[in-house]
Design a protein around this ligand. Sequence first.
Ligand SMILES: Cc1cc2nc3c(=O)[nH]c(=O)nc-3n(C[C@H](O)[C@H](O)[C@H](O)COP(=O)(O)O)c2cc1C
Length: 203
Amino acid sequence: MAVLLHIDSSLFPLEGSGSRQVTDAFRKSWEAAHPQGSVIRRDLAATPVPHLDAATVTAEAVPALREELIAEFEKADLVLIGAPMYNFTIPSTLKAWLDQILLVGRTFGEGVSLSGKRIVIASSRGGSYKPGTPRAGFDFDTNYLQKVLGDVLGLPVEVITRELTLTSVNPAMAELVPLAEESARESLERAAESAREHAALLA
Ligand SMILES: Cc1cc2nc3c(=O)[nH]c(=O)nc-3n(C[C@H](O)[C@H](O)[C@H](O)COP(=O)(O)O)c2cc1C
C-alpha cells in the first residue's frame, strides 16, 4: 500500500490555481488507480510551516513539528509538489517546507538512503521560459527543485509544466491563449497518466 504525500503551495483555491488543478488531476487519477493507497495532504498556503530558526537547527533533538514533516516525507513513496512560480522562483512557503525536511544525516548526506522514493513537480507559471523566449533562464523554480531533490537527494524527479496561465487575465497576451490552452490540456493529461504509471510501479 503506497503512500502519496500531496503538497500544494499556491495562494489560490483550486478554481484559480494552475498548479492545484494539475496536482488535483494527479491525485484523483492516483486514487482511482490505487484505491488501497493512502494520501497525506499538506497545504502550505492554508497552513504554512515556520521558517527555520536558530533554536530549531541547534536543538539536540529534532523539534516536534520538524520531526512530523520529516516523518511524512520519509514515509511517502511518492511526493507530489504543486509549485507555482512567484517572482521567478518557488513560493517562500515551499522553501520553508524544504528547509524543514532537509536535514543532514536524516534526509541527505552520507549513509542516508531514500531509495524507492519518487518526486513529481507540478509547476505553473504565468509566462513561458522555454528556450528562445525572452525570459529563458529566469526560471529558478523547477531548476532549483530538480537540483535539490534530483541531484542532491538522488531521487527520480518528473516535472509537469503548465505555462502561460496569465493569458487569461492579461489582454496583452491574448495571442498566446491557444498555447496556454494547449499547455493546460497537456499538463492535466500528463498528470493523470503519470499518476497511473506511478500507481502501477508502486502497487
Ligand atoms: C506573487 C506572484 C508572483 C508571480 N510571479 C511570476 C513570475 O515571476 N513569472 C511568471 O511567469 N508568472 C508569475 N506569476 C504568475 C503565476 O506564476 C501564475 O499565476 C501561475 O499560474 C501560478 O500558479 P498558481 O496558479 O497555482 O498559483 C506570479 C503570480 C503571483 C501571484
